[in-house]
Design a protein around this ligand. Structure first.
Ligand SMILES: [Zn+2]
Length: 234
């Protein structure tokens, strides 16, 4: 083997080990997490398991019902997104208010939905939020890792997910008020329209963590959930 090839081979091996370690960590955290949450079944058209982490929140049942209706709606109108969800997201977790209505956590491959969504948003809006997070899950599954340091990449990923939600909305209900809001987000040149400032984000994270701990959610699940909150979305 020629000397100049050695660093390239080492780098490829390291990359392979790192991706195997990441996959193993995801599987372990997924199993631990699923074992700690209450499953409310997978009787939905995507066959995806839904978990209740709301600690008996009063709006949980309505949010669960609307989430199931949103999955059915997507199955009928946007089957490709349902296929992506089956492939890239392992579960939907209905959790106490997180500071963000919806988010995707790459480590546990879970879509988190605020358990109060059912009190504020209709089925179409919840379907749009699901599509947004499904798009995040697909991008993550493709190996695109976003971080606070790569703001430009985060904005590009966010735009891509907003475009997916807009396309789904145009198929489901072109007159829905989320359509105009999604277009405004895409037309906005200001990054702050798509992403929160660091201060806003850290305040929202701290607030969400305190709320989860106060309602009895274990600290490690709270931390994991807060990790999933990357940017507030309506
Ligand atoms: Zn997003």
């Amino acid at each position: 083997m020629r000397l100049e090839v050695i660093p390239i081979v080492c780098s490829k091996m390291l990359h392979r080990w790192q991706s195997r370690a990441r996959a193993l960590r995801s599987r372990v955290i997924s199993r631990l997490m699923a074992g700690s949450l209450t499953s409310v079944g997978c009787e939905n058209s995507a066959g995806i398991e839904v978990f209740d982490a709301s600690a008996e929140h009063s709006t949980m049942l309505e949010t669960h019902r609307r989430t199931i209706d949103a999955i059915t709606l997507l199955h009928e109108t946007c089957p490709i997104h349902i296929q992506w969800m089956r492939r890239c997201a392992k579960r939907i977790v209905l959790a106490r208010p997180l500071g963000s209505p919806a988010s995707f956590d790459q480590v546990s491959q879970s879509i988190f939905l605020d358990c109060e969504l059912g009190a504020h948003y209709d089925v179409v809006a919840i379907a749009a939020m699901l599509v947004h997070e499904i798009a995040h899950s697909r991008i993550a599954a493709a190996g695109v890792a976003t971080s606070a340091k790569r703001l430009d990449l985060r904005v590009r990923v966010e735009r891509r997910c907003v475009r997916e939600q807009l396309e789904a909305l145009l198929r489901i209900d072109p007159s829905h008020f989320f359509v105009q809001w999604s277009r405004e987000l895409l037309e906005s040149r200001a990054q702050s329209e798509l992403l929160p400032t660091i201060d806003e984000e850290s305040i929202a994270r701290r607030r969400a963590y305190r709320r989860m701990r106060a309602s009895g959610v274990p600290s490690w699940i709270s931390r994991l959930t807060i990790r999933a909150v990357r940017s507030p979305r309506p």
